[in-house]
Write a protein that binds this ligand. Sequence first.
Ligand code: ZN
Length: 596
Amino acid sequence: MADFIPEEKISEIRNAADIVEIISEAVVLKKTGRNLVGLCPFHAEKTPSFSVNPEKQIFYCFGCATGGNVFSFLMKQQGMTFPEAVKAVAQRCGIELPSREMSPLERRRLSEREVLLGLNRKTMAFYSGVLKDPAAGRTARAYLEKRGFAPAIVDRFELGYAPEGWDALIRHFRADRERLQLMEKAGLVIPRKTGSGYYDRFRDRIIFPIRNAAHQVIAFGGRVLDDGLPKYLNSPETSIYTKRRSLYGIDQAREHCRKNETVLVVEGYFDLLALHQHGIQNAVATLGTALTPEHVRILRGCIGENGTVVLVYDSDAAGIQAAQRSIGVFDQGYADARICVLPPGHDPDSFLFEFGAAAFEQAAAKAQGIIPFLMAAAVARHGLSVDGKVQIVSELTDAIAALQDPMARSLYVKSLAERIQVDESAILERVRSRVGAKPAGGAHPRPRAPAGAGGSRPPLSAQQFDRFETRVVMMMLQYPQILPEIRQRRLLDLFENEALRSVGKMTLRWEGDPDGLNRAIDSTADADIQKLVASLVLEDTPWDHRGCLKLLDQFENSRKNKDHTILEKIKAAEKRGDHEQWLKLLQQKQAQIEKS
Ligand SMILES: [Zn+2]
């Protein structure tokens, strides 16, 4: 696919982009020395090990060994293909890509993802057109108006209306067989159970386009206008829509979450719309699924290391259930979570329209941490009779035991003991017996090591390489003044590790080209080498010329000595008449010569 966009164009786009700006949309970055650091969006972590180097335009995570340049980041984070990432960056920088009619071959090569995204975009345009249509959209518009939603909000979220009938969308696209199959892949149509053909998934419903952080429409939600069932209907999971990673409104929320260091999580489309209409924009909706570890990681990327996630629920019962389910999720994601329960009979939507934004913000500010919330709810429900206390302890044991941090566990045990006047050691004993047992729903044991970059292969880290060779390559990447010395002394010929030697060669090849490093990253298909380069660039080491020369001398001597030792051994074997050993050593020496 690289031939699709000319290489000069790729360089131009890369140079125009700012990796810090693009990564900042997903990760809160802080400056430390030459680099910026933040919480890695690719693995759960408590302290930041994800680094970005603005000078070299490269990122690397010391926790999970993911790294690369701006294109690698978008590919990994948004699941884009390389051409998609290039296009996305081009669009942001206002660079026009040469556009021409695609050949059939290119058309086939165009990824399914792009095709489905295009189809969704056109579908959204169709539905929003119907909503605006004076006749066809009248009932739906009246419904939204009755619920209090201003046209500006309807526009901001590009709501639509799927008309009645079974095939409005199919007829709109005048879909042929191939198109119908794609529509099925996008979850827009359903094959008929009897006979052949398809029918529209969404009929006579208000349509909510669901977008990812890159503002692409990845799925749809639909709500009936009356009391019909199901009240809500969502797209099924597709190759571009994964429920456990999707949050409604994330594309709008991001920058507001960053500013507030807080994100409000509500349950429904209309809750989210109501918040926006009342000027509260640091919010997302989960759309019926419980909050997943992926959601928490995405949210932490928006609010930063010390940010807060406020879960808003419409009843104690819903809040308690969600709190119990999400302890493990937040604990593993190292995020501070709070629970806000609205007065009986209210969801955020109805609450906001009745009491306004200030009252809502007050309620959210009073949100409690998960365990204190569960504690208060249990005390309110069971009272402080002996029976009540037994109930309370038994309800909270699992919740406290699910916490990974022993310190947090013991503090909560203490506070529970004080709150209900029960002997601390009695509670502690019960909690201990539960720790290590299967935790309450949703919690999974935390992996010992940071999860790898997704593959089964463990991430390649610089530690796995020859220490000397690693230092030399790191020096070459960070201190280019040394390159003539390396070239002149042919030091790369002494390398034994192929990956490091090839990184070294790339560095020499692109010497003096400020863009060289990034070209090297784009030109190698080997993800391990990309990561290696990124890790070596980002390791913060001060270099001085004398120190460098000394290191190079040491390296050269050690290799020459090694060489010398082999020669000695060959001579000795010859003397001993150990033919087998002599041949083996000779082959070793031969291999070394061939490599250089
Ligand atoms: Zn990481």
